[in-house]
Design a protein. Structure first.
Length: 121
């Protein structure tokens, strides 16, 4: 019976990774240099950041059910190595998406400050 459960888990995890491939990770936008950019370039950068954020939310939304399913597999399989490894991989992928969004927002905000310093009103 345990062999059957392990085989079914392997099939489920393989399917989860295939589905994870269907989730499209967005490319990071190019952040303009605030010290040397024009207002138009900064506005284009803002638009690119917002588009990235929207795409990244969609990507994370695609990953969320897989993370939940992998977590449930860990609980059902009493922490089998395969289930734990699959959960950790999906969790790391999700957390990387969150971190990327935070980094891009922080970088753009820093360039807004640089723009304001270079173009005082």
């Amino acid at each position: 019976m345990q062999t059957l459960r392990t085989a079914l888990l392997a099939i489920a995890l393989t399917s989860s990774f295939a589905i994870a491939d269907d989730c499209v990770k967005p490319d990071a936008p190019t952040i303009p240099d605030g010290a040397s950019s024009t207002m138009e370039q900064m506005l284009a950068g803002q638009k690119a950041v917002k588009a990235f954020q929207a795409a990244n939310l969609e990507y994370m939304g695609c990953l969320e059910p897989m993370v939940s399913a992998a977590q449930a597999n860990v609980l059902e399989e009493e922490g089998s190595e395969e289930a734990v490894a699959a959960y950790k991989k999906l969790e790391e992928t999700y957390n990387a998406a969150v971190s990327m969004e935070e980094e891009i927002a922080g970088a753009f905000n820093a360039q807004i400050k640089a723009y304001k310093a270079a173009h005082p009103q």
